[in-house]
Design a protein around this ligand. Structure first.
Ligand code: HEC
Ligand code: HEC
Ligand code: HEC
Ligand code: HEC
Length: 150
């Protein structure tokens, strides 16, 4: 009998802990959790309501035909307009509402070097240069048109 009482104490302690856990869980788990899967269902609507920032490549071509056409047949065809010009949904909707960023002459070398600076971790076949030795002091775009680099 003495031994059983001992076990009952332990069982009671377990029950208290489990009930405490269930209460805590009820208080901290968001209401919509689990409604459509193992996550907070309200998050879907919250994300949907965020404003779009990127317009996507196809949005630019109707107004910037020359740049789109040049790029489509160049080695830069795989790079999206907005990777170089920044997020432009607002500009695509209303062009005068926002002046798109454009790398300036003075920043061009650092801008292009982001992708083209010699770096052992890049695939050997990827076109790379050492900006300190490769025509220093002149903006890359003077020799390589950014929409159709050669
Ligand atoms: C509805 C037409 C329209 C759309 C769509 C559009 N643009 Fe423009 N964009 C313009 C106009 C108009 C200007 C202003 C031209 C000027 O000031 O000479 C401009 C200017 C720019 C400039 C600056 C040019 C400069 O000389 O400073 C860049 C860069 C640019 N757009 C990139 C883009 C990109 C990238 C997209 C796609 C995400 C895009 N635009 C979508 C009409 C558009
Ligand atoms: C690899 C980066 C890169 C990509 C990709 C790119 N641009 Fe540009 N773009 C530039 C740079 C750099 C300049 C500035 C050139 C200069 O000042 O000489 C520029 C200039 C422009 C201009 C100003 C007019 C001109 O031709 O100089 C427009 C408009 C423009 N880009 C639109 C676009 C559109 C539309 C796309 C996609 C079809 C695009 N760009 C893709 C780097 C890029
Ligand atoms: C977001 C990364 C990125 C940026 C920024 C970028 N490039 Fe490129 N560039 C590439 C990729 C990707 C290729 C194609 C590589 C391939 O085909 O294997 C390329 C190819 C090139 C080539 C090789 C063309 C040929 O036919 O051999 C030149 C030159 C070049 N880019 C110059 C520039 C210049 C100048 C700038 C700055 C205005 C610039 N790039 C900005 C990614 C970039
Ligand atoms: C004075 C003109 C000039 C300037 C400025 C210039 N380049 Fe070049 N670039 C060339 C010529 C010419 C070649 C081809 C011969 C060679 O490899 O040197 C070339 C080749 C390249 C290549 C191809 C290398 C390969 O292995 O296929 C890349 C990438 C490149 N340049 C990127 C740049 C970048 C990035 C800048 C700015 C930091 C820049 N260039 C500035 C003239 C120039």
């Amino acid at each position: 009998m003495k031994d059983i009482r001992h076990l009952l104490h332990v069982a009671a302690a377990f029950v208290v802990v489990i009930i405490g856990f269930l209460i805590a869980r009820h208080l901290v788990v968001p209401k919509s959790f689990g409604r459509i899967g193992h996550y907070r269902a309200d998050a879907v609507d919250e994300i949907k309501a965020l404003p779009l920032r990127y317009a996507g490549e196809q949005a630019c071509a109707p107004c910037h035909r020359a740049q789109a056409k040049a790029k489509a047949s160049s080695r830069h065809k795989g790079i999206r307009c907005e990777s170089c010009h920044g997020a432009l949904q607002a500009h695509a909707e209303a062009p005068s509402s926002l002046k798109p960023a454009k790398p300036k002459e003075g920043e061009m070398r650092a801008f292009c070097a982001r992708c083209h600076e010699k770096n052992l971790s890049r695939p050997a076949k990827f076109p790379q240069v050492d900006p300190r030795e490769h025509n220093p002091g002149v903006a890359c775009s003077q020799c390589h048109p950014p929409h159709q680099p050669k």
